[in-house]
Write a protein that binds this ligand. Structure first.
Ligand code: PXP
Length: 238
């Protein structure tokens, strides 16, 4: 299966906001990333708008021509925005207001009824819905009951184990992907994926539909250039 590369542009907004002006211009960088070959753009606006602002989400809607993925905790303000924008995909993430970056997947058992309601609102609006999740098989079974279209596997633990040289760290992800596929769910993945670990991850995850990558990709671009790095990911995902 072709795995699509969706580039998370949060870090571009962080850089812009650090100076208060419009350099780098987020919309231009996103559209250049698409012209370099990326198949999607991801943003993860936080309630405090410390990197992506809600206005950015609207501006990008006008220009993104590939898959547009908006991630976040479905608080009322976020839901209202996503329902207005109607991106290709919304990824539900249970992050709290003050968290530095996403640090856990959903407990889809405890939050089953709530997620079902949220998913159905997005699906009625024609928006593909994905749920950020750890590899626990019971939690993945519960995703299927929410009506979501996809899971996004939270890959931080894989990346940590890979760095330590533990290739077996991918096994729970392989099992989770097999179960998700059997349940009729599509499979996305993200968090701490990088040029070092992406090829191995891809080779071990059957039916991987999409990866969303931000922090490492932008960091690697400081040395290798954005166009080059996007193409290196595309090559490794073939
Ligand atoms: N997926 C989710 C839900 C995230 O919150 C993030 C980070 O914003 C990513 C993927 C991308 O992670 P990274 O920046 O480590 O590539």
């Amino acid at each position: 299966m072709m795995t699509k590369l969706s580039v998370n542009v949060n870090k571009i907004a962080t850089l812009r906001n650090s100076r208060g002006g419009d350099v780098p211009n987020l919309v231009k960088v996103a559209s250049d990333i698409e012209s370099f070959g990326a198949e999607g753009i991801t943003i993860h606006p936080r309630p405090d708008e410390r990197h992506i602002r809600y206005q950015d989400a609207y501006d990008l809607k006008e220009t993104v021509t590939t898959e547009y993925n908006i991630e976040g905790n479905p608080i009322p303000k976020f839901m209202e925005m996503v329902l207005k924008i109607k991106p290709t995909q919304v990824t539900l993430v249970p992050d709290s207001v003050d968290t530095l970056t996403s640090n856990a997947g959903w407990d889809t058992i405890t939050n089953q009824a709530y997620l079902k309601e949220v998913v159905s609102e997005f699906k009625n609006a024609g928006i593909r819905t994905s749920i950020f999740i750890d590899t626990d098989l019971k939690l993945i079974e519960a995703v299927a009951k929410t009506g979501a279209d996809r899971i996004e596997l939270y890959t931080e633990e894989f990346a940590t184990q890979f760095d330590l040289g533990n290739k077996n760290g991918v096994k729970p992800y392989t099992e989770a992907a097999i179960l998700a596929y059997d349940l009729g769910l599509g499979i996305n993945a993200g968090h701490d994926l990088s040029l070092d670990n992406i090829k191995f991850f891809k080779e071990n995850i059957p039916n991987l539909a999409e990866v969303s990558i931000g922090h490492a990709l932008i960091s690697e671009s400081l040395y290798l250039g954005l166009e080059n790095v996007v193409n290196m990911y595309l090559h490794r995902l073939k």
